[in-house]
Ligand binder design. Structure first.
Ligand code: HEC
Ligand code: HEC
Ligand code: HEC
Ligand code: HEC
Length: 194
């Protein structure tokens, strides 16, 4: 798959070494980045860089099929040219929830280096991953979806009949429903459990 310079920069950082003792090097690199990030402007830069698609691609390409699926979805490629990036859906915009996601995601560095997820076992592991993501989004009342699709602002008369029949925020509230209850598989294959 084609990668630009930033993507290959991030990717090189993770390449797990065959020799156990070399594992310390990427970890050490990470500690260095963390120390550097203590200066405030660098901190902002680092947080923005870790929100870019290139950063997510650096691990998820080759590990699973998530990026390829995303690139075939309407959120990557549509007639308007408005694109939802990985972080638009998976990382909150507000400071504290965003930091919580970042801190939680440091576990992924460990799993990346260990090679926990790979193309052979992904189809099994993704069922659980999808559940984790679903629960997160459900608990946030699909806040990240609504950053772009605001039900207070959408023009329902322009929507399909099927959509109109299901797009009643008062009914959602009554049934404790939110966007992801009806819309999974908007950027990746729909999880097998639903
Ligand atoms: C350092 C490598 C690495 C990077 C960079 C990375 N991921 Fe991951 N990601 C992983 C690994 C490994 C897993 C599986 C971890 C597990 O099963 O607990 C994972 C799992 C996930 C999951 C499944 C839910 C979960 O928390 O387990 C989501 C969603 C996700 N990543 C999104 C992203 C997004 C969005 C980005 C970019 C902002 C990103 N990842 C960047 C390695 C990475
Ligand atoms: C339009 C919103 C959206 C975008 C953009 C998006 N995702 Fe997701 N992602 C979801 C939703 C919703 C789920 C929950 C399960 C599902 O629908 O597949 C999910 C699930 C996942 C999972 C769990 C595995 C699975 O099969 O469900 C991973 C890993 C993940 N996303 C990573 C990423 C990465 C990496 C990117 C960018 C390449 C990305 N996502 C872009 C909405 C999005
Ligand atoms: C960064 C903005 C953005 C975010 C975040 C976002 N979307 Fe979208 N969504 C879009 C755009 C742009 C389109 C394509 C509109 C078009 O061209 O018709 C779209 C299309 C859709 C469609 C129509 C699909 C189709 O086949 O026509 C659904 C359903 C949808 N989004 C649901 C969601 C859900 C659920 C989430 C949260 C998990 C989400 N979106 C997050 C921007 C976004
Ligand atoms: C009770 C189920 C339900 C809920 C909750 C729901 N939707 Fe939908 N939505 C639908 C159905 C059904 C369609 C029509 C899909 C089709 O025809 O394939 C649709 C269509 C759409 C479309 C495409 C518009 C069109 O004209 O077809 C978008 C965008 C969308 N939904 C976004 C959202 C967002 C964002 C939320 C949360 C704020 C949401 N939906 C909540 C059921 C729901």
């Amino acid at each position: 798959m084609f990668m630009n310079q930033t993507q290959s920069f991030w990717r090189r950082l993770w390449i797990p070494s065959r020799r156990k003792w070399l594992l310390g090097i990427p970890m050490g690199g990470f500690a260095a980045v963390a120390v550097g990030a203590l200066s405030l402007s660098a901190f902002h830069g680092a947080i923005n860089a870790t929100n870019a698609n290139a950063f997510c691609y650096s691990c998820h390409i080759g590990m699973d099929t998530i990026v390829e699926e995303y690139q075939q979805s309407i959120h990557f490629n549509n007639e308007t040219g408005v694109q939802a990036q990985c972080a638009d859906c998976h990382v909150p915009k507000e400071f504290f929830p965003k930091m919580l996601v970042k801190i939680r995601a440091t576990k992924d560095i460990y799993h990346q280096l260990k090679g926990t997820v790979n193309l052979e076992n992904f189809e099994q592991l993704r069922v659980h991953q999808a559940e984790v993501v679903f629960n997160t989004m459900k608990n946030r009342d699909s806040k990240e979806c609504k950053n772009c699709h605001n039900p207070q602002q959408w023009n329902i008369s322009m929507q399909s009949i099927r959509a109109r029949n299901h797009h009643d925020p008062a009914a959602w509230q009554e049934n404790n429903e939110t966007c992801v209850d009806c819309h999974l598989g908007v950027a990746h294959k729909k999880p097998a459990i639903y």
